[in-house]
Design a protein around this ligand. Structure first.
Ligand code: UD1
Ligand code: UDP
Length: 358
């Protein structure tokens, strides 16, 4: 089998890293196509270095832009890479524009199949660009790799054939297991950021939260208020999208929130592990805090990761101050002994098994 990984953003680099490493271990032939959706070092090259990934064979350098321009340019460029490399399977992961572009380019080419890693997630919120991307990718793919039975059932309910589906767990478990001990040994992030013994971690970057001035301000105020009530300082590694909006909107950072640059993976894992509580609108961060037994408050109106809520690790509360404060009070007192719903850390191996056994 020859594979081509199409990836372009921070979470795809992290979540495909176990699959890429498994290919290297098993001598599966593969190439990497980087769309360039993320290009700042702190969202891109630091992860290749830290996760010891090979330099991409093709870098399309598409960069930022409107959905149509960005996705369209990627499709054109990916098509020409696939024409020259002719892989048997293209693997994509998640729900970004890079995923949609890789899927569309590959699915229309003779002799090339598409595998979608992290298939079957649904927020049922069609205003989110990610919801559209993941639905379209699932319905164009030939191999579907849902992380859980819940996501598998969703695919079946949408009429996708059982033979195409393999429940693998989420590759983020593989990535966390492969890196958390190294993070404890090597990361100096706690002293470098001069964090208090007890702190909370915040990430917020979703378009629906940070592109709206009132909602973004509300989110920050709610987190600040809830954390202050429990004497917790908050550290916020800020995504460039959110940083841009903050300055554009002229929002003042409320008391107790410390803005820092986006963190490398090992540092970020340690922050998640050591935090008293995590506030987030990220998909991957909901999963990682669940895996690491750190309570999570999701600052959104819905989630495509309901498993985290079902096991008791996560509350989805939106951004209103009373809702956030109530959730924090509850989550600070719960026992941290929920089960990890995302598998046993062998997702990458199972994905390659499914492709190779075809
Ligand atoms: C994208 C994904 C989102 C995912 C996130 C992961 C889509 C539609 N969205 O959102 O699902 O959760 O990645 O982090 O695919 N920018 C930089 N440097 C970069 C990349 C972006 O400064 O390397 C800034 C630019 O101002 C850009 C903005 O961030 O306009 C948004 O970037 P974009 O890739 O469009 O979306 P993300 O918000 O990163
Ligand atoms: N992450 C990181 N440094 C940071 C913030 C996040 O390494 O400062 C990692 C985090 O561990 C997770 C992934 O980035 O694996 C989540 O990416 P993001 O929140 O950008 O995207 P989403 O998961 O929402 O698509």
């Amino acid at each position: 089998t020859t594979l081509n990984f199409v990836l372009g953003t921070r979470p795809e680099i992290i979540k495909l890293s176990p699959v890429i490493r498994a290919c290297q271990r098993r001598d599966v032939s593969f190439s990497l196509t980087h769309t360039g959706q993320h290009y700042s070092d702190e969202l891109d090259s630091v992860f290749f270095e830290q996760l010891d990934l090979p330099i991409p064979d093709h870098n399309l350098a598409v960069g930022s832009g409107s959905h149509g321009r960005q996705t369209g340019e990627m499709i054109t460029e990916i098509e020409s890479v696939l024409q020259s490399t002719r892989p048997e399977v293209v693997l994509v992961q998640g729900d970004t524009n890079s995923v949609l572009a890789g899927t569309i380019a590959a699915t229309k080419m003779d002799g090339i199949e598409v595998g979608h890693v992290e298939a079957g997630l649904r927020s049922f919120d069609r205003d989110m660009p990610e919801e559209i991307n993941r639905r379209l990718a699932d319905h164009a793919a030939d191999y579907l790799f849902p992380p859980t039975e819940t996501s598998r059932d969703q695919l079946l309910q949408e009429g996708l054939p059982e033979e195409w589906i393999t429940v693998t767990g989420n590759t983020i478990v593989d990535a966390v297991q492969q890196n958390v001990e190294i993070a404890h040994e090597e990361s100096r992030v706690l002293s470098e950021l001069e964090l208090d013994e007890e702190f909370a971690l915040l990430t917020a970057h979703r378009a629906e939260n940070v592109d709206n001035r009132d909602r973004f301000r509300n989110l920050l105020n709610s987190v600040s208020k809830a954390a202050t009530e429990h004497d917790l300082s908050v550290v916020y590694p800020i995504h460039p999208r959110a940083a841009k909006r903050l300055s554009e909107f002229g929002i003042n950072i409320p008391e107790g929130i410390k803005l820092v640059d986006p963190q490398e993976f090992l540092d970020f894992l340690l922050l998640e592990d050591k935090a008293r509580i995590v506030f987030t609108d990220s998909g991957g961060v909901q999963e990682e805090s669940c895996i690491l037994q750190t309570p999570c408050i999701t600052l959104r109106d819905n989630t495509e990761r309901p498993e985290t809520v079902e096991v008791g690790a996560n509350r989805v509360v939106g951004v209103q101050p009373d809702d956030v404060a109530r959730a924090v009070r509850e989550m600070l007192t719960i026992e941290r002994n929920w089960e990890n719903p995302f598998g046993d850390g062998t997702a990458a191996e199972q994905i390659l098994d499914a492709i190779e056994n075809e």
